[in-house]
Design a protein around this ligand. Structure first.
Ligand code: NG1
Ligand code: MG
Length: 499
């Protein structure tokens, strides 16, 4: 089989992808997937596409404001085993999808009805149906490739990223669909192109998504976190975490509060996107008489297009304090209309028509303050990683403090935490973490905590006792691995052909 396509993603063996500790377990998982595929379709898969989930270390809810973020890929991922029709089956353009969890995620199939019909591929917005994610990726890549006769596909999916947990199961799924479809149709695309298509595709689901998750899923390199800048154009910089002695790790702990972002988007995620855009419009107008599209643009104008820097972000945050001095609890549409100099219909069509939101008040102070300060914390965190100062005895404390400040801001200014997450963060800190914070969109899902590697077992036992045992007494200890686990930076998307 021709393996020249998307060459950057081709791996010959899974040992190149996963950390040593879990390689055997992964080999078994891949073998089981292949066997199930053969049983289901009575044919062999030609390859497996995999894309990882991620944990965001710092930089929450600022990707869509245009600021840099610093996540890392985790080993948990979405696998799609794929076969496609042979020469004798040329006209077969049907897509069949099945999931190893077939009760929960029933099989589906659909025929290709021609290029002009791609736009009509129905991705139901704000409905949580699993095939939606497949269809959104498939639609996005087909629109881009504009093929007359895309090959049909036989797919079996096995995901190990817990859904609704802030570990980006959705982007992992969509990225896998896109690279699988590219590979089947011999499309040569760059990582950046694939990422940009994935970002656009996720929007079909009704989420006005930022670009962090898709970028980290495609670009990550083993043993590196990823510093991602979005503007003026997407750049992903593999970043080693400081090597200190004793070594530290990040622990992901699931609050087990599921936040279905697609369903809650109008009052949560999409509303935050709108609020940050309204703030950008307002701040740009009041500072430079130039309404801005995002808060990064405000910061660029402020610094005359120099690289974003801490000093200017502090000044901007102070400016936010000043300009919203008398309004810390939000503006009604009517009040917005007077400060933005737009009538209500203009505001609606400009900011809220494509992704509708529901609120009585739009928070400009809290959201913009969070964004500027969080952007600052990312710069500081990145600086600590890139300097990797071996003589700095407090580097772990410093990283931890930045994470703690980030959580506080997510909770108090961005209002994207919840009681259980706050409780879990507190427990993690009491259990010895240097820093702990919600990760991903929030409103439920996971926390990420920084601890010494030597303390993993002690820490996990503590959290088990104080959080899981109390809030979820029916959870069996066998499930522990799924709800709380240590992670090291994993590798990004891959196509595995030697099965
Ligand atoms: P999750 O946790 O996957 O819903 C979302 C966005 C990110 C980013 C974070 C908050 C999508 C696909 N992902 O992540 O872009 O904005 O929230 O930092 O919308
Ligand atoms: Mg998601």
């Amino acid at each position: 089989m021709d393996t020249e396509f998307i060459p950057f993603l081709k791996f010959s063996s899974i040992s190149e992808i996963y950390p040593e500790l879990i390689q055997n377990e992964q080999i078994t998982r891949y073998k089981t997937l292949i066997r199930s595929f053969e049983k289901l379709y009575n044919r062999k898969p030609k390859f497996i596409a995999r894309s990882p989930g991620r944990v965001n270390l710092i930089g929450e809810h600022i990707d869509y404001a245009g600021f840099g973020v610093l996540p890392m890929a985790i080993s948990r991922d979405v696998l799609i085993a794929v076969d496609f029709p042979n020469e004798r089956e040329e006209n077969d353009m049907k897509v069949r999808i099945a999931n190893v969890l077939k009760e929960k995620y029933p099989s589906k199939s659909w025929d290709y009805e021609g290029k002009e019909k791609i736009v009509e591929i129905k991705v139901k917005e704000r409905v949580s149906e699993w095939e939606n994610y497949f269809k959104s990726g498939y639609k996005g890549i087909l629109q881009y490739l504009s093929l007359d006769e895309p090959k049909g596909m036989y797919c079996l999916i096995d995901g190990s990223v817990p859904p609704g947990a802030g570990l980006s199961s959705s982007a992992a799924f969509i990225c896998s669909v896109i690279i699988a479809t590219c590979f089947v149709n011999k499309a040569k695309l760059t990582k950046k192109q694939v990422t940009e298509i994935a970002i656009e595709s996720e929007r079909f689901t009704g989420m006005n998504a930022g670009g962090m998750d898709q970028t980290v899923s495609i670009f990550s390199l083993k043993d590196h976190a990823l510093y991602i800048k979005f503007l003026p154009s997407l750049i992903a910089i593999p970043t080693k975490l400081p090597s200190v002695n004793p070594p530290f790790v990040f622990i992901v702990a699931n609050s087990l509060i599921v936040s279905d972002k697609v369903i809650t988007a109008p009052t949560n995620y999409n509303l935050r996107v709108v609020e940050t855009k309204l703030a950008a419009y307002h701040l740009g107008k009041s500072l430079f008489n130039k309404p801005c599209e995002n808060l990064k643009q405000v910061s660029d104008l402020y610094s005359n297009n120099e690289e974003v820097n801490i000093e200017n972000l502090i000044k901007l945050s102070n400016y936010v304090e000043k300009i919203y001095e008398n309004n810390h609890d939000g503006f009604t549409l009517n009040e917005l209309s007077s400060i933005l100099d737009l009538n209500e219909d203009e505001i609606k069509s400009k900011f809220i028509s494509k992704f509708p939101v529901r609120t009585n008040k739009y928070q400009l102070y809290k959201r913009s303050k969070h964004v500027f300060e969080e952007a600052m914390r990312v710069l500081k965190f990145y600086e600590l990683c890139s300097n990797d100062d071996k003589d700095d005895n407090n580097i772990v404390e410093k990283l931890g403090n930045l994470m703690n400040e980030s959580h506080k801001s997510c909770k108090e200014l961005f209002n994207c935490s919840c009681d259980e997450l706050d409780d879990l963060v507190k427990i993690c800190l009491n259990g010895g973490a240097f820093g702990s914070r919600l990760t991903g969109a929030g409103w439920g899902g996971c926390t990420v905590s920084l601890i010494y590697e030597n303390d993993i077992d002690k820490f996990i036992n503590y959290v088990w006792e104080k959080y899981y045992n109390i809030r979820f007494p029916n959870l069996s200890k066998d499930e522990l691995d799924n709800v709380i686990f240590a992670t090291s930076p994993g590798s990004g998307a891959a196509i595995i052909t030697d099965l």
